[in-house]
Design a protein around this ligand. Structure first.
Ligand code: GUN
Length: 283
């Protein structure tokens, strides 16, 4: 048996088309939804990500600005930029690309973003709202994973969901969303003993560690749904995920590819969050 491939590229196109319609109707009412993307430094992967985010915005008929600064920018300068964007009525969403250079306190920057413009959902007040079951913005990557599971009609109520990776960006919010959907959630981290014993229990397995090939086919329960959040550059120069796709697809019931899986969904959900921010501003 070989797994069904979950096509994130196709689903994200569908979501982006819906966003474009909502953007057009907002624009007709006098508000063009606007996203500001802030990038500090020269991280090559981040440059690709932010360019894709800005391009997707424009394609959906939204206004977007990319603010790029050198790695030498000070924390105070960045906080001043964020405060200016907080005050700018043409901007409904603000995203500061992570990671930031080491001399800048990322927590302080994120806490400076107005929570109602925090389309990443990383602000402490948005993290708290998500944790208490009243989300304002769901972080884009876990939100995209939930949309994929929904479109695949994966039953979550009472399901065993195992997440590998406990970051603030993916693992922790993913746990909250799966918990809210009624799954029994296990959140693994880099210290987890016998990782395979955990992953083999999973009906739904989400892997987000940044370590290529950390999950192999022998660690997957037959028929499980495997969601690979990782984006790594393999020794052959090609993109690959955190899951060893070749061995896992022989065991899983459904699996996301890299590229073309979770990546495009993250961008689509960023557009959804920005549209929602703009719609709230109009309400
Ligand atoms: N770096 C990696 N993923 C993300 C994301 O979703 N948002 C931001 N701001 N930075 C990231």
């Amino acid at each position: 048996m070989t797994a069904r491939i979950i096509d994130g590229a196709a689903l994200s196109e569908q979501i982006r088309a819906e966003v474009a319609q909502r953007a057009a109707s907002l624009t007709a009412r006098g508000i063009t939804p606007g996203l500001a993307v802030v990038l500090v430094g020269e991280n090559a992967a981040s440059q690709v990500y932010v360019r894709n985010k800005v391009k997707a915005c424009e394609k959906a008929g939204m206004h977007s600005v990319l603010e790029q600064f050198p790695a030498s920018m000070t924390e105070e300068e960045l906080l001043a930029r964020v405060n200016a964007l907080n005050e700018d009525p043409s901007i409904h969403g603000i995203l500061v690309q992570l990671p930031l250079p080491a001399h800048i306190d990322a927590h302080r920057v994120i806490e400076t973003i107005a929570p109602e413009k925090d389309v990443d959902g990383f602000h402490i007040s948005n993290a708290g709202l998500l944790m208490t079951g009243q989300p304002l913005f769901r972080p884009c990557t876990p939100y995209g994973v939930m949309k994929m599971l929904e479109s695949e009609q994966v039953p979550l109520r009472g399901a065993e969901a195992v997440i590998v990776g406990a970051s603030n960006i993916v693992g922790k919010p993913m746990a909250m969303l799966l918990l809210a959907a009624g799954a029994t959630v296990t959140l693994c981290n880099s210290k987890t003993r016998d990782l395979g014993a955990q992953t083999r229990r999973a009906d739904v397995l989400v892997v987000a560690t940044g370590k290529a090939g950390i999950v192999t086919g022998d660690m997957v329960k037959p028929g499980a749904v495997v969601i690979d959040v990782g984006i790594n550059r393999g020794e052959d120069g090609k993109l690959c995920g955190d899951v060893d796709f070749a061995s896992a697809k022989l065991v899983a019931g459904a699996i996301t590819p890299v590229p073309g899986g979770v990546g495009p969904m993250t961008i689509a959900m960023l557009l959804v969050n920005t549209i929602e921010a703009a719609e709230r501003a109009l309400a």
